[in-house]
Design a protein around this ligand. Structure first.
Ligand code: ATP
Ligand code: LTN
Length: 328
């Protein structure tokens, strides 16, 4: 708890171009939850370098992502929006937690996929645990793909508490009802991903309206011809999910709305719903990006705020594990 509010932590990597999946699965929920919780939203740039990055590109993307958090509706006066690399406690706590995590646990994680693995990528879930535990977060809104990392975070926290007493809050995942897993428009069996090599499978948050409409018109569906919300029609089910997440409607409402109408009508309707969500977001990013001094002040003030809370937990943990006290 911070004051009378529970604490929320979440983060996104500044790697690749953000997709509609990132927005509907994560960012949109962040905004909904931001009034109820004391929130920390990080641009997790330290996670990004587990895969080789061009320094100039990473710096630019990190700033765009931070701007996007604000553009999406997160007020930086009320929410702590900051770069992970500006708060040294993340790395310091990650080191300590590495010593409380088993190789076997990390071997079971899927973050490597088919990538050639450096030690940073291998211990990536421990850095994520450190992010969350550092702020004593009660809740962590993420897409379903991050569930196993959340489970590991809870295991590490419970293990540590079991040895040293109640040091960490054990966090809960928050998975949104709609948008938890947005699938590729070209292959509804795969999640929409910013690392997909086929750009037609993903809607990027910065895609212009024509591109968005074109991608939806080309979306892979089936030959059933009916708009029904069921697993046998994964392409249509995904489009219904996207439509619901963008309009606030429920799936059965959408099925009724499009009863007797074909895919040729439904696909552009989904495209339009997406454009009406993304266009204002894009305009706001552009507008905010022009105000360099404002964004700089957000970066500075929030890093200081995050550092303050991070240090409180870190000092407690350092003491528990037996590091010598600082002499003032
Ligand atoms: P990649 O697509 O390259 O695997 P990523 O988009 O999963 O990367 P992040 O940027 O760290 O990686 O993800 C940020 C958030 O977006 C996470 O909470 C994740 O669960 C969510 N997310 C990502 N893709 C989707 C998707 N297709 N549907 C719903 N949520 C998603
Ligand atoms: N691993 C996450 C990004 C991430 C995160 C976090 C999410 C890093 N640290 C802490 C929630 C809380 C991802 O790749 N989606």
């Amino acid at each position: 708890m911070l004051g009378d509010k529970k604490v929320l932590f979440s983060g996104m990597q500044a790697t690749g171009n953000l997709t509609l999946g990132n927005y509907l699965g994560a960012l949109k929920n962040w905004v909904t939850l931001s009034d109820e919780y004391e929130c920390f939203y990080s641009v997790v740039d330290m996670h990004s370098i587990t895969i080789r990055q061009d320094p100039a590109v990473l710096r630019k993307r990190a700033r765009t992502l931070l701007t996007l958090y604000i553009a999406a509706g997160l007020d930086p006066e009320k929410n702590c929006i900051y770069y992970q690399s500006h708060v040294s406690g993340h790395a310091e706590l990650a080191w300590i937690l590495n010593c409380f995590t088993y190789m076997g646990e990390l071997n079971r994680m899927t973050q490597f996929k088919d990538k050639s693995v450096n030690a940073g990528l291998f211990t990536y879930p421990v850095l994520m645990a450190a992010d969350i535990l550092l702020y004593q977060a009660d809740v962590v809104p993420v897409g379903i793909d991050q569930m196993q990392h959340l489970e590991l975070t809870r295991d590490i926290a419970q293990r540590f508490n079991g040895i040293y007493g109640d040091v960490f809050t054990v966090p809960e995942a928050y998975i949104g009802k709609v948008g938890a897993k947005i699938m590729s428009l070209q292959d509804p069996a795969k999640k929409m991903s910013k690392s997909d090599e086929n750009p037609n499978g993903s809607i990027y948050l910065m895609d212009d309206p024509d591109t968005i409409m074109r991608k939806f018109k080309r979306a892979v569906t089936d030959s059933e011809g009916q708009i029904l919300y069921r697993d046998e029609q994964p392409g249509i089910k995904n489009l219904i999910n996207i439509y619901c997440a963008c309009t606030g409607k429920a799936p059965d409402e959408v099925v009724r709305e499009f009863d007797g109408r074909g895919y040729a009508e439904f696909k552009p309707a989904v495209g339009e719903a997406v454009v009406s969500v993304l266009k204002p977001l894009q305009d706001r990013v552009e507008e905010l990006s022009k105000d360099k001094a404002y964004i700089d002040s957000v970066i500075k003030n929030n890093a200081e705020k995050a550092q303050y809370f991070a240090n409180k937990t870190l000092r407690k943990v350092q003491k528990k594990v037996g590091f010598p006290e600082r002499i003032r």
